[in-house]
Design a protein around this ligand. Structure first.
Ligand code: ADP
Length: 485
């Protein structure tokens, strides 16, 4: 048996004891594992099979006899080391069938196997215990956190009901928003730890798909308006009215994808599409697509997205916030519902997140569908598109194209929002509007580009005087261009 054989598998690397002997019982080859385990002082080669398995093989003159039936299933044998101590092995010995006859013995150290089995069981037990302790800890901490947060929230709500001056009102609203955000983070951590510990269960119920979608849309309407984005929702006509599934968790996935889409988009539109992609017996597959025209994601970062605590880069998390848990939770929820989640994206152009879920069909669905067809074709007929936002979709591209009236209008709006944020010293938001301005001014003449760069640096340095100077300069350019247009 050649150790340096050209096959991918090398006997020399095997973790099994392997050796070869001839018809006299003399060992002619032993792999390193055999040498290591059997510990013969001058090596195994030249020793006899009778030395290794004396209970099974007996020497007879220049040969051996044995009751061992070759080429059968592995058998429990006792292997003897060079120092005459022994250990149990599971061995299989095969005959070559050639003349002269050669034999190959392959054996596993059962002591080691047992030891490893016990080790694995112990490590598994320890890991399970650690996970249990961790989940209990997370559950306790999140509970402890939620109590004071809700306490603050309750008091703020009470104060908001009273007559307060506008400055106090603003502060109270801010505290309220922080508490709501904090509760979202707590919920995410709790869900994540439950999913990780395998303690998460879905709660399927019958629900109305379009009502659920309307609710989700409503949740984000304020943000859409605040950012001046367009929003479109398209529901394919074959999507059933009612399905059976965990509505809360589907909403959670959609909310996460939509809030990301809105968070990372400063110009353009966000679209939600829903389709029915399969029907099998009483199960329906729905497919959801969330498309945005935002900052996009690098190819290299796409794989990291669905891992826990993963954000594309630290500056993004500083600016946009978030825990990096949302997509991981969404992925686990989608998989619990028998579906898959994925992303396609181009840096600077936008992202498309999509996921499928399998849901139960409702008994009455068929008749409802027929009724809907004849009486009320669709709530979003004819193309089942519901939209709101500032512009019509055709003008979306015009907004992005520097120099068009739509673009100038959007630039002016973003500039005034920027200056408002600067005055309010809301630097985070100011940077966001600065990004919008930069995107809107792509393709602008060099001098405009230079002013924008100076303005951006001034915003980053929170330099009020330079910002106002840059703002005036840019406004001047825009006005001059408007006159020439
Ligand atoms: P987070 O709570 O931090 O947003 P997520 O798991 O939801 O956590 O998202 C992880 C990261 O994936 C985000 O921080 C961002 O870097 C990236 N990401 C998610 N959605 C988008 C999107 N629509 N456009 C660009 N980047 C995105």
């Amino acid at each position: 048996m050649e150790e340096g054989s050209s096959s991918v598998f090398s006997v020399g690397d095997a973790l099994e004891i392997i050796f070869e002997f001839d018809e006299t019982g003399k060992i002619s080859y032993a792999n390193p594992e055999a040498e290591k385990k059997l510990e013969y002082e001058n090596g195994l080669c030249g020793r006899s099979i009778v030395d290794v398995f004396p209970n099974e093989f007996k020497a007879v003159g220049n040969a051996f006899t044995t009751e061992y039936s070759f080429d059968e299933k592995p058998k429990q044998l006792v292997a003897y080391r060079g120092n005459l101590t022994c250990f149990p092995v599971e061995a299989k010995i095969i005959k070559s069938g050639s003349t002269p006859e050669t034999y190959v013995c392959m054996a596993n150290d059962m002591l080691e196997k047992e030891y490893l089995k016990r080790e694995i069981a112990q490590v598994k037990q320890e890991a399970e215990h650690a996970l249990k302790v961790k989940s209990e800890f997370v559950a306790n901490v999140t509970h402890e956190l939620r109590t004071p947060v809700n306490g603050v929230l309750g008091n703020v709500k009470e104060l908001l009901g009273e007559e307060v001056d506008s400055r106090t009102m603003k502060s109270l609203r801010m505290i309220e928003r922080c508490c709501v955000d904090m509760n979202k983070i707590i919920d995410n951590i709790l869900d994540f730890s439950k999913l990780e510990a395998g303690k998460f269960t879905l709660e399927p119920r019958r629900f109305h798909v379009r009502e659920m979608l309307d609710y989700v849309k409503g949740t984000h309407s304020a943000k859409i308006t605040e950012k001046g984005l367009q929003f479109f929702m398209t529901v394919s006509p074959n999507v059933p009215e009612y399905v059976i599934g965990d509505e809360l968790r589907i909403k959670q996935i959609l909310n996460n994808l939509l809030s990301n889409a809105l968070k990372f988009t400063s110009v353009g539109k966000v679209t939600l599409e829903v389709l029915k992609t399969a029907q099998m017996d009483d199960r329906t597959e729905l497919f959801f697509i969330v498309i945005d025209s935002g900052i996009g994601i690098d190819d290299a970062d796409k794989d990291k997205l669905f891992q826990s605590f993963s954000q594309v880069d630290a500056s993004i998390s500083r600016r946009y916030g978030g825990t990096g848990l949302g997509l991981n939770i969404s992925k686990q929820l989608v998989e619990l519902m028998g579906g898959r989640i994925g992303v396609e994206s181009q840096k600077g152009k936008g992202s498309t997140f999509s996921f499928s879920v399998w849901l139960g069909s409702c008994e009455e669905e068929k008749s409802t569908e027929q009724r809907m067809d004849t009486i009320n074709p669709s709530r979003y007929a004819p193309g089942e598109t519901a939209s709101f936002g500032q512009e019509e979709s055709e003008s979306g591209d015009a907004v992005k194209q520097y120099g068009t009236p739509e673009n100038r209008e959007a630039l002016k709006k973003a500039l005034s929002k920027l200056i408002l944020c600067v005055e309010m010293e809301n630097w985070e938001k100011a940077e966001m509007f600065m990004d919008t301005i930069r995107q809107l001014a792509e393709g602008a003449p060099q001098e405009v580009g230079r002013v924008i760069l100076r303005l951006k640096m001034a915003v980053q340095k929170e330099n009020y005087d330079r910002i106002t100077a840059g703002f005036e300069e840019l406004k001047g350019f825009l006005q001059a261009e408007e006159v020439h247009a």
